[in-house]
Write a protein that binds this ligand. Sequence first.
Ligand code: ZN
Length: 107
Amino acid sequence: MANKWGIPKEVEEFVLRRDLFCVYCGVDFSINHQSRKTKPSWEHIVNDICISTINNIAIICTSCNASKGAKLLEDWLDGQYCKSKGITKETVAEVVKKAIMNPPSLT
Ligand SMILES: [Zn+2]
């Protein structure tokens, strides 16, 4: 299936196997898939759709996606939504921590 975000198939398959939980809030997709708020959606950790590598593509829940929108990751982590959910740089998934320390880029 071609991904409408232009994500290469091998990246898509890798990320689908890796991210069984929202990389931000940790919601478990396998048991919460009935709720619309926790439906998985594609995320570019750094908001650049040109960077479609496994270090920048992740799966997040609809709720986090709606809240983050086009915000910068670090600004979003400081915002109200993350505070209310207890999401911090320490609680996010490994791929996000790596992106904070060493942001993915095209080069
Ligand atoms: Zn989430």
